[in-house]
Ligand binder design. Sequence first.
Ligand SMILES: Nc1ncnc2c1ncn2[C@@H]1O[C@H](COP(=O)(O)OP(=O)(O)OP(=O)(O)O)[C@@H](O)[C@H]1O
Length: 274
Amino acid sequence: MHTTTASDAAARGSARSGDDVHISFQDIGIVFPTGTRALAGVTLDVYEGEFLAIVGPSGCGKSTLLNMAAGLMTPTVGRVEYRGRQVRGPNRQVGYVTQKDQLLPWRTVEKNVMLPLEFRGVTAAEAKRRAGAVIEQVGLRGFENSYPGQLSGGMLKRASLARTMVYAPDTYLMDEPFASLDAQLRMVMQDELLRIWRETKSTFVFVTHDLAEAISLADRVVVISARPGVVKMTAEVHLGRPRSAITAHESPEFAGLLSRLWKALDQPSEEVRS
Ligand SMILES: Nc1ncnc2c1ncn2[C@@H]1O[C@H](COP(=O)(O)OP(=O)(O)OP(=O)(O)O)[C@@H](O)[C@H]1O
């Protein structure tokens, strides 16, 4: 892990001097074997304990960035560091929550939540104890023995979150986890997520298409340009903490930032100023 100095900060534009860098994307580019160039020269630091949101048009390379942090993809050029070390293979310190729930339909909620602990060699009794604790935390008590097919959309999200929380990752990588939910439930889940972030003190990198969601949740919002993606703008969110996703919309700062982000998404890269 390294700490940013004032000169690092200047070199990185939006970086803040004195913060510990948690994930560092250094001049990342990737060209897939199909010839698709998804990212071109992305430089971005994610700080220890922050909630960072990434927005950008479809296909710009947001999921690819998460995949690189998780060690599931390697950049063609550039370097990804996790706590100061180059990511060279699957990164077991991250929890990855995708848009699809990826719960195993033949296992109960409890057994799904226990699964990552089984992979890590935790005893069945301890896995059951820890699964019970996180199931309670996400509000699914009483549904331990239900199967995924018996749960509502919001409950499936809660179960997926519990399955990630159970192994207490340092980092949560979240790829549009609430995209399939209706607006009201989405806000409830956003509030739950803010609570989990506060309680776990983990670092969150959250990809979304929804600018309001990004502002409601994040400390900083990064806008990626259309493919090949570059960082177009990084905006600090000055809404204060603790924050509620339900009332965040009421502040004048919210509307101002929404409009700046919207313009950044809409304009060619060279016209955007952060
Ligand atoms: N394994 C792969 N092989 C070939 N092309 C890929 C692969 N993974 C991603 N791509 C391409 O790279 C580009 C970026 O994909 P990515 O999924 O990162 O975009 P995204 O910004 O997350 O998109 P969305 O918002 O639609 O989810 C897309 O054009 C996609 O088709």
